[in-house]
Write a protein that binds this ligand. Structure first.
Ligand code: SAM
Ligand code: ZN
Length: 291
């Protein structure tokens, strides 16, 4: 069986969770090749196993190099391991483990490593991961590497997902669409949103920006909006530092939109060190859907 056929089998098993992004009707897998809706709109499964369900083209600043660097940092350094452990603990604690399997959507999943790690750490419960991102470059990397989850190129503002089909939505450092999130979550489903706090990657920002252009992350408005849409069960503040070596620092610069508008000289100075302590300062908002 090819990779594409293996992915098609997994998609077929969970096809009830998908809907046509053009006409909203239900879908089925045809010939282990395509996802086809009842009005015959057809979306082919790529040879790497992902499906492109975009209905328009999109331009993204996020390219292959950025996602490769993100993948290296997330999988090979310990920068986010506390975040993964905490999120899987939250899932295990809040989700009824008699549900089989727990459907987890990562909305704005990028290259998929956070979802992969979180699923690995939910080891004693059955889960199926679905990663959705508007960037084909991100989804392509995810699909090449992580074979057990389903990977979709799509827009979270018009998601190709059925109503009430996911038990958990992850939304990690990505934009949100709460109307859509509420629609696709089951009643009492869990939403876990990760937002930056003021000291997130502060060392990188200090090196790349002058005082007056320093980007300060304030998340008060984000938290307020979240509370308007979901019952806020918990907020966890994760603040810690990790030592990254020179190669990891290079990947940190490449993975971050912070470096897009920076001077090469400032980046050079930041990289001109053997290692550095890097701060992770994030809030994990945990909400439930009252619909
Ligand atoms: C800062 S990245 C975070 C990616 C990943 N969650 C991580 O932490 O590595 C933001 C992601 O949101 C995605 N994104 C932006 N707008 C989107 C949309 N309308 N629908 C789906 N994904 C979107 C981008 O393509 C990008 O992968
Ligand atoms: Zn259709």
């Amino acid at each position: 069986m090819t990779n594409k056929e293996k992915s098609a089998e997994v998609i077929r098993k969970f096809v009830h969770a998908f809907k046509c992004p053009l006409c909203n009707s239900s879908m089925e897998v045809v010939d282990l090749k395509s996802l086809v809706c009842s009005n015959n709109h057809t979306f082919d499964i790529a040879k790497q196993g992902y499906i492109n369900l975009m209905t328009r083209s999109s331009n993204s600043h996020y390219d292959k190099n950025l996602f490769e660097s993100r993948q290296k940092i997330i999988m090979e350094s310990s920068l986010y391991s506390v975040v993964h452990a905490k999120i899987s603990e939250i899932i295990k604690e809040h989700v009824d483990d008699s549900i089989y399997p727990i459907m987890i959507l990562d909305a704005g999943c990028g290259e998929g490593s956070h979802l992969q790690r979180i699923i690995e750490e939910c080891n004693n419960i059955a889960t199926i991961g679905v990663g959705l991102d508007i960037s084909k470059a991100g989804i392509l990397l995810a699909a090449k590497k992580y074979k057990k989850s389903i990977w979709l190129v799509g827009d979270l503002a018009n998601s190709p997902l059925e109503d009430r089909s996911f038990h958990v939505i992850l939304n990690i450092l990505s934009p949100s669409n709460y109307k859509e999130f509420k629609r696709v979550l089951v009643p009492k489903g869990l939403i876990i949103k990760v937002v930056p706090r003021p000291n997130y990657l502060v060392e990188l920002r200090e090196a790349l920006f002058d005082d007056n252009e320093k980007k300060v992350y304030q998340n008060d408005e984000t938290v307020d909006l979240f509370k308007k849409n979901f019952y806020l069960k918990d907020v966890f503040n994760l603040s810690y530092t990790r030592k990254l070596d020179h190669e990891e620092l290079e990947n940190l610069v490449k993975m971050s939109p912070l470096s897009w508008n920076s001077e090469k000289a400032d980046i050079g100075v930041f990289l001109n060190r053997a290692s550095s302590e890097i701060t992770v300062d994030l809030d994990i908002l945990v909400g439930s859907n009252n619909n």
